[in-house]
Design a protein. Structure first.
Length: 464
């Protein structure tokens, strides 16, 4: 996390702070502010949420708009007595600053009139964004958040606007981030069960993003937040790349070919069976119409002479043709193709997954040098080495090694994405369909020293 500019650090939310934290608010410049969301005041208003000035079509978000969601209940409660049927910046009560990033500052807030329910408000200074040419990044993050609907990705409740300020109201994760959580572990590293848990949820989130045509490009422990139930949430999408919807491709692989991809990428594989699932019946997200085929793995029964074999059909879309020349990300997590400037695609997310796993296991990244220049040189030229301690399983080392192949075309996941990674032996025993039912290795403990709520969680929360 990096400090923002002086104008962001001295935002009206902080200038207006008094002895009573509930009085924190924005100044009179927000008097005409209103949300860009126009939600009908009825039981279905949240399910039909659509940003007024967005081209994103409205659609149901079952993961984000459950009737039992305290956040949406608080939104409904405030709207029920709003004369304008809108939420404004002045409806927010600022509790404390959570963190600062390149394009904004995140605050812990409550909605006035709905005490006890907290949100994370990312506040951006429009003038500052314009001066620093960051408007496109801020707009991209908002557009991405508006289309997400996944258990391990953020819920965007609404966007609040004034002449000077733009605010994204999202869910608050009281467990902080995985970087802070790792620092609290014995020897500042996670055991293998914890690494498997967090990595599997990250893989599921990246798979969804890739199916949406979104390359994340900023995976690191600081951007993985821990919810109150111990499950994770990826955050910070202003460095992401949103691909053209026509570009994601998929291939048809048999189980034997899929298994071989966990040993080496079979980029020259040519399918010989037509996909039985037509594009018109594909269950991909509605914003995508990729060319889809099916991956056959181990559960669909097919008759062979003398024995039976279980196989299953999997639909996968990986934006493998998307390319960018941008130099973005955190130095220690940059992929070789980013450092060399040769252009990169979705395979950068699988490289960063390998760095992420390595750091969770060992408490450091594999190519860190004395300074950024040495780090970048190591990423391109130095081979991967594993410390002798702690003891890490061969399957974990094998997965990390295949994710950290310097040639992106040969990197695990570069051809068929998360399907190849999920089938690696490191994830044996993981029930991908029931990840949300898995008991997390850490659940934040309640505390009472944040805000006016009855209880919050881990007090030293700092994230962006």
């Amino acid at each position: 996390m990096t400090d923002s500019s002086q104008s962001m650090q001295s935002s009206p939310a902080e200038n207006a702070a008094g002895n009573d934290q509930d009085t924190w608010s924005f100044d009179s410049r927000t008097s005409t502010s209103s949300t860009t969301s126009n939600m009908n005041n009825n039981n279905n208003m949240v399910n039909n949420y659509q940003a007024k000035d967005s081209n994103v079509p409205s659609f149901n978000k079952p993961h984000s708009t459950a009737n039992s969601s305290p956040g949406w209940d608080a939104i409904r409660s405030v709207l029920s007595y709003s004369a304008t049927n809108m939420i404004t910046l002045q409806d927010l009560s600022f509790i404390q600053k959570l963190g600062s990033g390149d394009i904004g500052t995140v605050y812990l807030v409550e909605l006035k009139g709905a005490k006890g329910i907290t949100f994370a408000a990312k506040v951006m200074d429009k003038e500052e964004l314009a001066i620093r040419s960051k408007e496109a990044r801020a707009r991209l993050e908002r557009e991405i958040l508006e289309v997400l609907d996944h258990p391990f990705l953020p819920t965007l409740y609404t966007t609040l606007e004034s002449d000077r300020w733009s605010c994204l109201l999202t869910e608050f994760c009281p467990g902080g981030d995985l970087h802070i959580l790792r620092q609290r572990q014995p020897y500042r590293r996670f055991d293998e069960a914890a690494v498997r848990f967090y990595t599997s949820e990250v893989v599921a989130a990246l798979e969804y993003l890739h199916m949406k045509g979104i390359i994340y490009r900023d995976l690191k422990p600081e951007n993985i937040l821990v919810r109150s139930d111990g499950h994770i949430m990826l955050t910070d999408f202003d460095l992401s790349l949103r691909c053209d919807e026509s570009k994601p491709k998929a291939q048809l692989l048999s189980n034997d070919s899929l298994s071989s991809l966990t040993t080496h990428q079979a980029s020259s594989y040519s399918p010989d069976v037509a996909c039985p699932v037509s594009k018109s019946h594909c269950m991909l997200p509605s914003c995508m119409v990729p060319d889809v085929s099916c991956f056959r793995t181990t559960k669909q029964r097919m008759r062979r002479p003398g024995h039976h074999e279980w196989r299953t059909l999997e639909i996968v879309a990986e934006p493998i043709e998307a390319r960018s020349l941008s130099f973005v990300g955190t130095h220690e997590y940059l992929a070789p193709e980013v450092v060399s400037g040769e252009g990169h695609g979705s395979a950068v997310d699988w490289w960063t997954l390998g760095i992420f796993m390595y750091e969770l296991f060992y408490g450091l990244t594999p190519f860190r040098g004395l300074d950024n220049e040495f780090t970048l040189s190591n990423i391109v030229a130095r081979g991967l080495e594993f410390p002798k301690e702690p003891a890490v399983s061969n399957s974990a080392k094998d997965l990390i090694t295949k994710l950290l192949i310097k040639n992106p075309a040969k990197r695990l996941g570069s051809t068929i994405g998360a399907t190849a990674i999920k089938n690696h032996s490191f994830f044996d025993g993981v029930n991908w369909a029931l990840l949300r039912c898995t008991l997390p290795p850490h659940i934040p403990q309640p505390t009472r020293d944040l805000g006016s709520s009855q209880h919050h969680y881990d007090a030293s929360v700092e994230y962006y």
